[in-house]
Structures are given as C-alpha cells and as structure tokens.
Ligand binder design. Structure first.
Ligand SMILES: NC(=O)c1ccc[n+]([C@@H]2O[C@H](COP(=O)([O-])OP(=O)(O)OC[C@H]3O[C@@H](n4cnc5c(N)ncnc54)[C@H](OP(=O)(O)O)[C@@H]3O)[C@@H](O)[C@H]2O)c1
Length: 281
C-alpha cells in the first residue's frame, strides 16, 4: 500500500497560477499518486491541464488521476450548492477508487486559488454596496462555502480514530494586500484579509484533527492578472512600480512561486493558520 496518495482540489485550475500549482504538485509534492479535482468555468481549459498533468507521470514517477468539475462559476450564488455537490461527488468517486485499488488517500488538500481583482480604477468612496456584495460573494462567500463543505466531508470520510495518519491541508491563495493596504485595492484587500482570518480560525478549531491551513501570497506574478492590474489600476505611483517590474522582467515566475507553495506543503513545517509570502526567508 502506498503511503503517499494525495487528493488535491484546485479552483481556477484551467490557467494562471492554479494550473501552475497543479503542475508543481506533480513534480514537487513527494506524493506517489495524485488524484486531482480540477474546478473552474472553462471545461476545455481544465481538460487540457489534466492532459498535460498526465504527461508528467513518467518523468516524475508519479501516478496522476483526475476529475474535472467544469462549468463552475463561483460567482453564481444560485448554483453554488449544486456546484458544491458536484465537487463533492468527484471527490467521493476518487476516494472510492482509492479504496478499491488499496491505495488509500493519505492527504487531502484544498487549494482555493480562483479569484478576481475587482474594479481597481475606483477608490473606496466610489464603491457601491451592490458591486461589493457581488465581489465578496465570489471571493469570500463561495470560498467559505467550499472550504467548510470540504472540511466537513473530509473529516467525515477520515475519522481520526480510523485514519490517524490522514492529513488535511487548506490553502488560500492570498496576497500582500491581506496584511498591508494599498490605494485602490479596497475590495481585494478586504476579501483576502477575510480569507486569511477564516483559515486562521480553522487552524485553531481543527488542530487536533490533523488539519493545517495556510495563506500563501504568491508575489506579483508574470501573468494575465498582472496584465489586468497594469491596464486598470487607478493609482499612478503603484502603476509605475508594476510597469517597471514588468519591463525589467522582475515579476515573479508562476512556476517558481507555485514550487515554493508545494514545498511548504510537502515539508509541512509552516505554522498552521499563518500567512507566508513568496518573498519570505
Ligand atoms: N497574479 C498576481 O500577481 C497575483 C498576486 C497575488 C495573488 N494572486 C492570487 O492568485 C490567485 C490566482 O490568480 P491568477 O494570478 O492565476 O489570476 P488569473 O490569471 O486572472 O486567473 C484567475 C483564475 O480564477 C478563475 N476564475 C475567475 N472568475 C471565476 C469565477 N467566477 N468562477 C470560477 N473561477 C473563476 C479563472 O477562470 P476563467 O479562465 O474561467 O476566467 C482563472 O482560472 C488569485 O486568488 C489571485 O488573487 C495573484
């Protein structure tokens, strides 16, 4: 029986940092088998990420299994319950498969990666409560819904008495904005801070249940979201800094940052409930 079979759920796994985390997980987690549940809106993108993950199998000596849960719009509150059920069904199927193949899952990981920047052209006084509500629905409420459902389901599937070695990790892809305010980022900063605290509380509540949580700030990444920031940010001073970083090639490479996250999870030495930045140490 393998002792390193990880179940890994990633939201927004079709592109950007989510796709990069999935690839780094195969290469750097130390797992012999990874069962992915890739969640997102774009079915085709998720399919092609899963195909490329499967291609990493022989090179890294890791078995890759996976399920896609596509057409999941985490901003759509009407469909959130239904989507949570669909995600849970995919998890249950992979778990059952792991029992049948006697390769029981030893670690369950949720990576809350999907996110949006909101309207960075506005300062706080220009925000409406309606756009605030829509922003927080996606970036905080659906995050809480998925995290709580995952936690309850996982602890139910692997009771400590029966599975003393099973570990659970919950990650929020966070930001420097969670711990430091900058102009024009009011909703983004508030959302990331709320997520950080939520996982901080879970860390305390579930300490005795082999559950750890981590808020990981990936650094300013060289990707689509940063391009959106450069296009829309209303604050000139910051814009110059981001433009400069882009031009000088000093934005963070996604794979470097996702590798750091996966190694943190692998080495398991981080303080549960804490906030770690790509630039730390
Ligand atoms: N980029 C940076 O510099 C940076 C810095 C610090 C933190 N972060 C954080 O890193 C995480 C990943 O961002 P990224 O840089 O990879 O951004 P990105 O390139 O804009 O990708 C965002 C991801 O979230 C998904 N998503 C957006 N709206 C969604 C919705 N309503 N329902 C479900 N999925 C949705 C996107 O899917 P679609 O393809 O369907 O749009 C995509 O997979 C975010 O939490 C972000 O806040 C990024």
């Amino acid at each position: 029986m393998s002792s390193h079979h990880h179940l890994v759920i990633i939201t927004g796994a079709n592109r950007g940092f989510g796709a990069s985390v999935a690839h780094s997980y195969v290469a750097n987690s130390g797992a012999d088998t990874v069962s992915f549940v890739l969640v997102g809106r774009n079915q085709q993108g998720l399919d092609s990420v899963l195909t490329s993950l499967r291609k990493l199998t022989s090179e890294n000596n890791v078995a890759v299994k996976g399920a896609i849960v596509g057409d999941v719009d985490l901003a759509d509150m009407e469909r959130l319950d239904n989507n949570l059920v669909r995600i849970q069904a995919a998890v249950t199927e992979l778990r059952n498969e792991s029992i049948q193949s006697k390769n029981v899952i030893s670690k369950s990981v949720l990576i809350n990666n999907a996110g949006s920047i909101g309207d960075l052209s506005k300062t706080a006084k220009e925000m409406t409560w309606q756009e605030t509500r829509a922003y927080l629905d996606f970036n905080v409420v659906s995050f809480v819904g998925l995290t709580s459902a995952f936690l309850k389901d996982t602890l139910g599937a692997y009771p400590k008495e029966q599975y003393p070695g099973h570990k659970t990790a919950i990650v929020s892809i966070s930001s420097l904005l969670a711990v430091q305010p900058f102009s024009n980022w009011s909703l983004y900063a508030a959302g990331k801070a709320a997520r950080d605290r939520f996982l901080g509380v879970i860390a305390l509540e579930e300490k005795a249940n082999n559950v750890k949580t981590l808020n990981y700030a990936p650094g300013p990444l060289n990707n689509d979201m940063q391009a959106d920031v450069r296009r829309t940010l209303g604050d000139k001073e910051q814009l110059e800094i981001y433009d400069g970083m882009h031009k000088s090639g000093s934005l963070v490479n996604m794979d470097d940052s996702s590798r750091k996250l996966v190694l943190l999870l692998k080495n398991d030495e981080y303080t549960t409930g804490g906030h770690i930045d790509f630039y730390d140490e």
